[in-house]
Design a protein around this ligand. Structure first.
Ligand code: CO8
Length: 257
């Protein structure tokens, strides 16, 4: 597939996807989402890739779903095409995805970032769910993921008033894990993804699956799920290598793929 709305690059074991619709502040339209999904499929299938970075421009990670594309749609259009269901592909990635957010992450842009595993932000980042200004409300997990990330008070405040949250507030309330000067953001995101990609890929994937389970189940069931996966890591060559390397005071060489 030829890409017109994203740029794709690979640095060692890190796949990098850059949203690239500069004239629309990276507004997410159907074509962009198909390209993004295709790039994710490729990186997921590539055994050389251990982690991914998703980023945008300095001005916008993404200013939301493309309002001009949505404007003519009626209820039966969105119902029959199950509008937005294909936009959640990234939340089903089994390999980790780091979102590097500079500038606006609004509406679907904020939801897309929240579908990633770690959000790193530039000091210029602005997060918001302004759909209420359009006579609608977040439709791709905003009411659910934002609430889980920052709690009811902040989520209601943002979703009902359309107020934007800056990077400092987003870090304080736990929406983002770290904030960097804008010109260092991408390097830091790639470094973070590289660090993840150096680990055992199956252990990383299981750890991700287990953390995500915390959002889907009770504590007792989640702990049980974690225990089963934890036990299964003892079947990995990487677990043998990791523990042997510790005992021998050397760096581990993880190879399971
Ligand atoms: N859709 C379409 N075009 C957009 C969008 C958008 N969301 N955002 C910006 N653009 C376009 C503008 O129309 C403008 O185009 P043109 O030059 O042709 O007029 C260009 O990008 C530059 O934008 P501005 O001139 O407005 O730039 P400013 O710096 O003045 O303002 C803002 C920046 C504040 C970000 C402003 O553009 C804005 O408010 N944008 C809309 C933000 C918004 O409401 N987002 C929510 C959209 S609804 C949504 O996301 C539903 C989610 C559905 C699920 C998605 C799943 C992942």
């Amino acid at each position: 597939m030829a890409y017109e709305n994203i740029l794709v690059d690979q640095k060692g074991a890190v796949g990098i996807i850059t949203l690239n619709r500069p004239n629309a502040l990276n507004a997410l339209n159907g074509a962009l989402i198909e390209e993004l999904n295709d790039a994710l499929d490729r990186f997921e299938a590539d055994p050389e890739v251990g982690a991914m970075v998703l980023t945008g421009s300095q001005k916008a990670f993404a200013a939301g779903a493309d309002i001009k594309e949505m404007q003519p749609k009626h209820y039966m259009d969105v119902y029959f095409e199950d509008f937005i269901s294909r936009w959640e592909r990234i939340s089903r990635c089994r390999k980790p995805v780091v979102a590097a957010v500079a500038g606006y992450a609004l509406g679907g842009g904020c939801e897309l970032a929240m579908m990633c595993d770690i959000i790193l932000a530039a000091d210029t980042a602005k997060f918001g769910q302004p759909e209420i200004n359009l006579g609608t409300f977040p439709g791709s997990g905003g009411t659910q993921r934002l609430t889980r990330a920052v709690g009811k008070a902040k989520a209601m405040d943002m979703i009902l008033t359309a107020r934007m949250m800056d990077a400092a507030e987003a870090e304080r309330v736990g929406l983002v894990s770290r904030v960097f000067p804008a010109d260092e953001l991408l390097d830091e995101a790639v470094k973070t993804a590289e660090k993840i990609a150096e680990k055992s890929l199956p252990a990383v994937m299981m750890a991700k699956e287990s953390v995500n389970r915390a959002f889907e189940t009770t504590l007792a069931e989640g702990v049980r799920f974690e225990r089963r996966l934890f036990h299964s890591t003892f079947a990995l060559e990487d677990q043998k290598e990791g523990m042997a390397a510790f005992a021998e005071k050397r760096e581990p060489q993880f190879k399971d793929r």
